[in-house]
Design a protein around this ligand. Structure first.
Ligand SMILES: Cc1cc2nc3c(=O)[nH]c(=O)nc-3n(C[C@H](O)[C@H](O)[C@H](O)COP(=O)(O)OP(=O)(O)OC[C@H]3O[C@@H](n4cnc5c(N)ncnc54)[C@H](O)[C@@H]3O)c2cc1C
Length: 487
């Protein structure tokens, strides 16, 4: 049996690995950044730097991310209005730069409901590393030990404060340079594991075609990106689409040219940002720069999820990036000295370093039920219009914000902003549900009132449900569940 997996993002990668471990003949079709670039040059496109002013993660300001984004924006054509849409034409897709926050505790119930078999659970365990941040700190330093007790004391049913679990290989971590905003071999997804036993075709799928007679044999039109502009057709028994919520929508709309009965939506998370002071939860001098602590908070009518990210790491990264941009590298050693100085005295209570190591950037993730963003397809192009529900801002400022601050205070977490920053729509980078009306519970595609069991959409696009916590780990587990019965 020959299976095509379209897309080599984190879902396509895990799915291809799983299927090849089960003995299937798998071909994963997805472009690399280099070949996408070659293809664009060949088409005489001019590369543009389309860096958008999105204040969400210093990662998005990295030079390599900007380069990758500007190539990808031309390669995957789309037009957005009040929406930050990111698709990356590279191995591992968005996960090449992700925060690796698996949100294990908050996703536990959802993943349990998937009822994965023993083999599937073992497979996920073997492929994705899970590192408990506070446990790691406690192991490395006696001073951090009290933090674990603190977590145990504070965990209640209504309000769960947890150590972050990151997709990081502990044995690849360098103690003096723990993973953060820059490339790191320790972060799962940052580099592509070439030890694979399936075939990769470096190209983009233009179209999925059906054999009209028996609909059993499926054909892909594949556009190689190697500069020769080669197109070829290949036949498969199964097609698994893993192009991300935007990419999968584009491919299905282009291939089957149907008119949606209702307008299609794209779910995402509204995101608020603030600074919080956590006097009893300092991060160590050497810390992970992404989420260190997660909080699942059940307010009266809403669930929110908060990622606490050390402020010091972000400040350092922002300063370095601006020095690099302005090419004033001689200031770098001075900045390093200042940070060393701050860190050296940071154990002295009430010193500037003591305060700084207790301040976190807090990203507050709200439920996707507040979003009303639309996606549609016309003449080869995707259009996305960002929208929140009516009165979203009033609801946030009058309901969510005051009750969240109160709950935080009960747990000795002190918010430092009068009002939160409302981050641009789509900049949470979690997209879902674009194709849920075109698929059944198994992810099979609905075409002409027929569910095609041999075409499945495995990524977040076929899911109506979107967990509030960072959702990627759930969507990986769900993708494996959807194909676990394939024989
Ligand atoms: C900076 C950043 C931080 C993040 N942090 C977190 C976090 O901490 N926790 C979390 O849960 N999530 C996080 N996310 C989101 C997470 O990375 C994504 O949800 C996840 O990577 C999506 O994976 P995917 O495989 O579904 O799609 P994608 O990553 O979009 O991959 C799709 C792949 O398909 C390919 N493709 C598209 N169209 C075609 C076609 N027609 N033919 C062939 N190939 C095609 C693309 O090139 C790409 O390689 C973050 C994202 C970013 C960018």
């Amino acid at each position: 049996m020959k299976i095509a997996v379209i897309g080599n993002g984190i879902i396509g990668y895990v799915v291809s690995k799983y299927l090849s471990q089960k003995g299937f003949n798998v071909e994963c079709i997805s472009p690399t950044l280099e070949s996408a670039q070659t293809y664009l040059r060949d088409k005489k496109f001019k590369l543009k730097n389309q860096n958008q002013n999105i204040n969400i993660s210093p990662k998005l300001k990295r030079e390599d991310v900007i380069r990758c984004k500007s190539v990808s924006d031309l390669y995957y054509s789309k037009d957005t209005n009040d929406f930050f849409a990111l698709e990356l034409a590279c191995e591992m897709g968005l996960a090449k730069y992700w925060g690796a926050n698996l949100a294990c505790a908050a996703l536990d119930d959802d993943i349990r409901k998937l009822k994965l078999g023993k083999f599937e659970k073992e497979f996920l365990k073997s492929i994705i590393p899970i590192l408990d941040v506070q446990e790691f700190y406690s192991k490395k330093s006696h001073k951090q030990k009290n933090i674990k007790d603190y977590f145990d004391r504070l965990s209640t049913k209504r309000f769960e404060l947890k150590s972050s679990k990151l997709a990081i290989w502990e044995n690849k971590c360098l103690l003096n340079n723990l993973p953060g905003f820059n490339f790191s071999k320790a972060i799962f997804g940052n580099s592509f594991d070439k030890k694979i036993d399936y075939k990769i075709i470096d190209g983009r799928v233009n179209k999925i075609q059906l054999d009209n007679k028996n609909k059993k044999l499926l054909e892909l039109e594949i556009q190689l990106s190697n500069g020769n502009q080669n197109r070829f057709h290949e036949k498969y028994d199964y097609i698994f689409v893993c192009c991300g919520a935007i990419g999968s929508y584009r491919l299905i709309r282009k291939s089957f040219n149907y008119k949606p009965i209702e307008k299609d939506i794209i779910k995402h998370h509204p995101l608020l940002a603030t600074l919080c002071f956590l006097p009893f939860l300092p991060y160590p001098v050497n810390h992970f720069e992404t989420a260190n602590i997660n909080l699942e908070c059940k307010l009266k009518n809403d669930n929110v999820y908060v990622n606490f990210i050390p402020l010091l790491g972000s400040i350092k990264e922002i300063i370095y990036q601006s020095l690099n941009r302005k090419k004033i590298n001689f200031l770098r050693p001075i900045i390093v000295l200042i940070f060393k100085f701050i860190n050296r005295f940071s154990n002295i209570p009430l010193s500037p370093g003591w305060f700084l190591r207790r301040i976190y950037i807090s990203n507050i993730v709200l439920s996707s039920r507040f979003t009303r963003s639309r996606i549609f397809y016309k003449s080869g192009k995707i259009y996305i219009k960002g929208k929140f529900i009516k009165n979203f801002h009033e609801y946030v400022f009058n309901n969510i914000w005051p009750s969240l601050i109160l709950e935080l205070r009960k747990r000795k977490i002190y918010n430092l902003f009068f009002k939160p920053i409302i981050v641009a729509k789509g900049a949470d980078l979690h997209y879902a549900s674009t194709l849920f009306k075109k698929t059944d519970n198994d992810g099979s595609l609905l075409i002409n009132e027929d569910y095609l069991k041999n075409i499945k959409i495995l990524d977040a696009s076929s899911s109506e449900y979107m967990p509030t916590a960072n959702p990627t780990y759930y969507f990986i587990a769900r993708a494996i569940k959807l194909i676990s019965k394939i024989k």
